[in-house]
Design a binder for this molecule. Sequence first.
Ligand SMILES: [Ca+2]
Length: 168
Amino acid sequence: MKDSGSALYMTNVLHAGAVRGPCLGNNGGTIDAVNCTFAGAIGEGSQPSAAYVQYGSSGVTTFRNCIVWGNKGGYLYAGNGGTPTATYCDLQGTDPDAEKGIISADPRFRNPSVYDYSLRSRSPCGNAGDKTGIPRTEKDIDGNPRYKGKIDMGCYESRGDPFCIRIY
Ligand SMILES: [Ca+2]
């Protein structure tokens, strides 16, 4: 997905398993990504297969409550100037920054091999998002309430692992 000059607001988007090019690119546009998950880009093709590519210095991109993890070609790539802004995100290959809510830890996806990027229990992304401006009625990508405890990073609000009983 590439923004060439327009304004794009995206929320609760799962971008998984891209085989060619970046998950998201910005060439002079304004992108606001909230509660999105960018994961599993395979990295074929000639373009940098990063999760995000900044093509020029004029584009403005902000990531908030997003997970960027497991993309073969890299993560947030600002090749031609301009730097995306990220707060309350889990970013692979980035130094954690507690002041900005940035972590860099395995998000504990449930089963990426079958494109299940929901969160397991004890995910570091659980309850780690920023609720500013997000309405109480907000739903996640599956239509489940976003406000379950504090809000999570990524497109899925975690519900915890299924309850299991071990029978001997
Ligand atoms: Ca939560």
